[in-house]
Design a protein around this ligand. Structure first.
Ligand SMILES: Nc1nc2c(c(=O)[nH]1)N[C@H]1C(S)=C(S)[C@@H](COP(=O)(O)O)O[C@H]1N2
Ligand SMILES: [Mo]
Length: 343
């Protein structure tokens, strides 16, 4: 059964606190530990749909710690639970932080956790430009300062047909954009990831996987939708580098590649941005990239997904839902559009 987000009107204030909301990081870890243990015997035999063996060493070893800036940690720890949640089981912390797509650190799922310690996330500034009354280069701290942190538990559905349930911490993008006063000409928002081959080995020419920097975009109404989040944390702590520290986008009704990591520029534009995956393979990846079981990828079906942890013996295949289960919240944005054309 599809678990819908509760509307604010459906939820009593007493319900907002306990059970599925975890202020205590240790509790998260206990929960992840349970899931990880349950899957342990299978993990060793497992491989992903892409035929990639799960890295046994990574499953066993401690991950290099990336402490991140103290001011950000303090801010993130002040998070409050939000009504956007789900009763589905969280994907264990270990899977969320060791099975990643972040091509700047390599194209293998285990590459980002191995390599992303070279990313320096402090100090971090973000350029805000284009159709805004207050353009400039801002310290991340100043961008976050006026806002409070919320925890939102969202499904993440990768276009490669696997998915996770992740407890993010962040701020609605709408609140951040309003701070810089978009002009009436702002019809789209373009996001750009850091481009620095010294910190991001996947950007060195020898890899040649994508055109850098990684660019993504949203229509302004998609950007302003209450579900659209700028994340700075997950699982009760700051974002690990491999998950896009210190500041990344999360758009839960779209395929994961829209949720761009380690953002250094936000540009408001009149024209639709040219995005990385659309540019690299326009027949396979579109600008909209809404999760849609009715429109297959040219090389595979989008009707189902592997909910991680997933192994060969226990693939954990589930049905994919329109807009990743967020239809009620976002379908209105696409009224009258042919979603097989605007994929
Ligand atoms: N800059 C950048 N952002 C990126 C990617 C990337 O390679 N580079 N991969 C995307 C893809 S394909 C997915 S599925 C998600 C994965 O996010 P996660 O590793 O936090 O689960 O990040 C997205 N954001
Ligand atoms: Mo993805």
């Amino acid at each position: 059964m599809l678990l819908k987000i509760k509307k604010r009107s459906d939820i009593s204030s007493s319900e907002i606190t306990p059970e599925h909301i975890y202020h205590d990081r240790r509790r998260f870890m206990q929960q992840s530990g349970r899931f990880a243990l349950a899957g342990l015997g299978l993990v060793l035999a497992g491989c992903s749909q892409e035929g990639e063996a799960i890295d046994k060493k990574l499953q066993a070893d401690a991950i290099p710690s990336q402490p991140g800036p103290a001011w950000l940690k303090k801010k993130v720890l002040e998070f409050k639970p939000n009504v956007y949640t789900t009763t589905e089981a969280l994907t264990p912390h270990k899977d969320v932080t060791t099975y990643n797509n972040f091509y700047e650190f390599g194209t293998g799922k285990g590459d980002p956790v191995r390599n992303a310690h070279t990313l320096k996330t402090d100090p971090w500034s973000v350029v805000i430009e284009g159709e805004v009354a207050k353009p400039g280069r801002y310290h991340l701290e100043d961008i976050l300062k006026p806002h409070s942190m919320e925890e939102r538990i969202y499904r993440l559905r990768c276009v490669e047909a696997w998915s996770m349930v992740i407890p993010w911490i962040g701020i609605p993008l709408a609140n951040i954009l309003k701070q810089f006063e978009p002009t009436s000409k702002a019809r789209f928002v373009e996001f750009t990831t850091l481009h620095d081959p010294e910190q991001m080995p996947g950007q060195q020419a020898s890899f040649g996987s994508l055109d850098w920097p990684y660019v993504e975009g949203l229509r302004i109404d998609e950007a302003m939708n209450p579900l659209t989040l700028m994340a700075t944390g997950l699982y009760g702590d700051i974002l690990p580098n491999q998950n896009g520290a210190p500041f990344r986008l999360v758009v839960p009704w779209k395929y994961g590649f829209k949720s761009i990591k380690s953002i250094v520029k936000i540009r408001l534009t009149e024209q639709q941005p040219k995005t990385t995956w659309e540019t690299s393979a326009p027949k396979e990846y579109g600008f909209y990239a809404n999760v849609n079981p009715e429109v297959d990828h040219p090389r595979w079906s989008q009707k189902n997904e592997r909910r991680l942890p997933s192994t060969l013996l226990s693939p954990n295949r589930i049905e994919t839902h329109r807009f990743n289960g967020y239809e009620e919240e976002v379908a209105d944005l696409y009224k009258g559009m042919d979603l097989s054309r605007f994929y």
